[in-house]
Design a protein around this ligand. Structure first.
Ligand code: FAD
Length: 278
């Protein structure tokens, strides 16, 4: 491999009274990835601001531990003032990156007033008012609410034209869908790096929950194999590592610009995948 492959992973902020203990565990997990060239850690954000304080706390701790951090930030159900205040908090911590998202309306909110309806409006605002390196989300299998892939890619183009410098994709298991998406992006003159979203499967139930939420397609052969061994935790983990290693290996050979691992706060599978492919 001649050029630098961007390696990132995603963690979510812990909840509950044992926040510090859980955060220390996350740090220990992430430290195992540092020697393998981890470039960036992204921290998820609850749409509408749920768990916002814990996102900020985790961002602050990881930043102090010298990880390069990219907080996620959603604009749905938030006023401009609320967004401005949060952005100031992130700036105060010395953070340089942000993943600008729309988010989904939280189910427990009846009426959702929002000043920015789509992510491109947030990107435009951030680009005009801050110095953040702005990244956005992309969907190799189309966002579930977009009517066509073309419509979705035109929306992505808007985000890039408004100032986004990198695209982090939704998780996917079929590389062909990623290649189709990447080709379509280039056809529409989107040249920002596209970082492929990889989820090492570690648990069948969790996989189903995640894919129900984000509508990622699980190829039927993979699904059947995982289903067969769903009660054997070790077998599922090993299958997840093997599948994702092969997926990453092929993506690298095709020239992917980066890999973004959905770690679910556990690094072991990601570490073994990186050891297999690098
Ligand atoms: P946009 O770019 O504004 O929209 C994406 C597509 O969806 C477009 O095609 C748009 O037209 C269509 N669309 C969106 N909303 C509607 C609507 N209401 N009606 C019709 N069409 C619509 N969510 C979180 O809450 N927190 C996170 O931390 C988080 N992290 C993520 C990280 C990554 C890498 C990815 C890929 C997604 C993440 N999400 C997160 C999920 C994301 O917020 C949802 O997918 C959301 O529905 C769309 O956000 P967006 O920024 O892509 O929106």
């Amino acid at each position: 491999m001649n050029r630098k492959l961007e390696l990132s992973c995603e963690v979510f902020p812990p909840k509950g009274e044992d926040f510090n203990e859980k955060t220390n565990k996350i740090i220990n997990e992430l430290n195992t990835l540092k020697p393998l060239g981890l470039d960036l850690v992204s921290v998820t954000y609850g749409a509408g601001g749920s768990n916002r304080d814990n996102t900020l706390k985790l961002v602050e701790v990881l930043h102090k531990e010298n990880f390069n951090i990219m907080p996620h930030f959603t604009c749905v159900c938030s006023s401009k003032k609320y967004i401005e205040d949060y952005i100031e908090e992130i700036k105060r911590l010395g953070i340089k990156n942000i993943l600008a998202l729309r988010g989904d309306e939280p189910a427990d909110i009846d009426v959702c007033y929002t000043d920015f309806k789509y992510a491109y409006e947030l990107v435009d605002y951030l680009n005009k008012n801050t110095d953040f390196n702005i990244a956005v989300a992309g969907y190799p299998e189309k966002h579930p609410r977009a009517k066509t892939l073309k419509e979705d890619i035109l929306n992505l183009k808007k985000k890039v034209d408004m100032g986004a410098k990198a695209i982090y994709t939704q998780l996917f298991f079929d590389n062909e869908n990623f290649y189709r998406f990447e080709d379509a992006c280039r056809k529409f003159d989107i040249y920002a790096p596209i970082i492929a979203g990889i989820m090492p499967v570690t648990n069948f139930k969790q996989l189903k929950k995640m894919t129900d939420m984000c509508h990622a397609i699980i190829p039927s052969r993979l699904y059947k194999n995982l289903e067969k061994y769903q009660n054997n935790a070790n077998a599922i983990k090993e299958m997840g590592i093997e599948y994702a290693s092969k997926q990453c290996y092929e993506l690298i050979n095709r020239g992917v610009e980066g890999l973004h691992f959905y770690t679910l706060n556990k690094a072991e599978s990601t570490k073994r995948i990186l050891e297999n492919i690098l």
